[in-house]
Write a protein that binds this ligand. Structure first.
Ligand SMILES: Cc1cc2nc3c(=O)[nH]c(=O)nc-3n(C[C@H](O)[C@H](O)[C@H](O)COP(=O)(O)OP(=O)(O)OC[C@H]3O[C@@H](n4cnc5c(N)ncnc54)[C@H](O)[C@@H]3O)c2cc1C
Length: 290
């Protein structure tokens, strides 16, 4: 199928983007990498009157380290993150997750912030943002709003972004010394969206787990943290008894929904396997020398 007719704007200044968005609101769509939007247009799942192409806005490009924060501009692609030595050193969870996203051609165009805005529950970046307690930086003509990752998603493909707001960047705290990270997912074929996946992190001191973070993708209508399970693990050494308690808590707390190919029961089983594997990897990998 072909996309319906639409008007097209390619502004060079962020102020122009914000003014167009304010004027057209729900009638407009921002075009970032186009790797999701163009497919939805061609399938006529979306029929905006205006596409606002962000490619010409230089201010939205680039990864920046500043103090304790990594800032990912709205037009930073999955491939830029995958190739960045600074990301590998200061945000290793992102470096681990990037190769799981689709295929090279899609990663070369698709953007981190586009994925955050779209909010596919099986996508990698929203779960990473949640695991790292990241912040979404939103802008409109009225100014800037900073939204904590845990408050950003409200349901399936829905976020707290207002119709005249866009994401100008996402910010993540840099990894600290002694932190360990794991990203894992199960998919039918490499590059497919995940059936289930886990973005995890923890501090380890003399084998004792602390600040455990477990953020799940593919388990429900939006990414979710399992905070009760995190609390079971915090302050503990990994043992059979601790693992058993963590698995029991995880079963009780995760709101698991099935999808076209996997029942809730199958996903329930898979998340248990994934937690077990992740905890073994976390406690055995060498600590980060930040
Ligand atoms: C075959 C295929 C396989 C894929 N597999 C995966 C996968 O395994 N994992 C995964 O995570 N993704 C996957 N994707 C999606 C891909 O990662 C997209 O690049 C990503 O979801 C959206 O980024 P984009 O820059 O292409 O956004 P676009 O397609 O340009 O936009 C997507 C939506 O977000 C909005 N938007 C974009 N940028 C902003 C912004 N800055 N502020 C507010 N709203 C904005 C747009 O208006 C649109 O509604 C796949 C895509 C394809 C085609």
């Amino acid at each position: 199928m072909k996309a319906p007719a639409f008007s097209y704007a390619r502004p060079r200044q962020l102020a122009e983007v914000l003014a167009l968005l304010d004027r057209h609101r729900d009638e407009a769509r921002l075009l970032a990498g186009g790797q999701t939007l163009l497919a939805t247009l061609n399938m006529r799942l979306s029929e905006p009157a205006l596409l606002i192409d962000l490619q010409g806005v230089a201010a939205l490009r680039g990864l920046q380290l500043s103090g304790n924060t990594l800032r990912i501009g709205a037009m930073v692609t999955h491939s830029e993150i995958e190739a960045s030595a600074e990301v590998a050193r200061h945000a290793p969870l992102l470096a681990m997750a990037a190769p799981h996203i689709a295929h090279r051609a899609i990663r070369n165009l698709g953007t981190f912030c586009g994925s955050i805005a779209y909010g596919d529950p099986a996508a990698e970046w929203p779960a990473c943002l949640l695991a790292l307690d990241g912040v979404v930086v939103a802008r409109s003509v009225a100014g800037e709003r900073r939204i904590a990752a845990k408050d950003f998603y409200t349901g399936l493909y829905t976020t707290t972004l207002l119709p005249n707001e866009m994401i100008v960047a996402c910010e993540l705290p840099l990894a600290a010394a002694g932190q360990h990270f794991v990203f894992d997912e199960l998919s039918r074929r490499h590059g497919d969206y995940a059936v289930v996946g886990l973005a995890a992190g923890a501090q380890l001191q003399n084998g004792v787990l602390g600040q455990v973070r477990l953020a799940w993708l593919g388990t429900g209508s939006m990414p979710q943290r399992s905070t009760a399970t995190e609390q079971v693990l915090d302050g503990q050494r990994l043992s059979q008894a601790v693992l058993a308690q963590a698995l029991q808590t995880l079963r009780a707390e995760l709101q698991i929904e099935g999808d076209l190919t996997h029942s809730p029961a199958a996903k329930q089983h898979l998340v248990g396997v994934m937690l077990k594997r992740a905890l073994h990897t976390l406690t055995q990998q060498p600590a980060l020398q930040a």
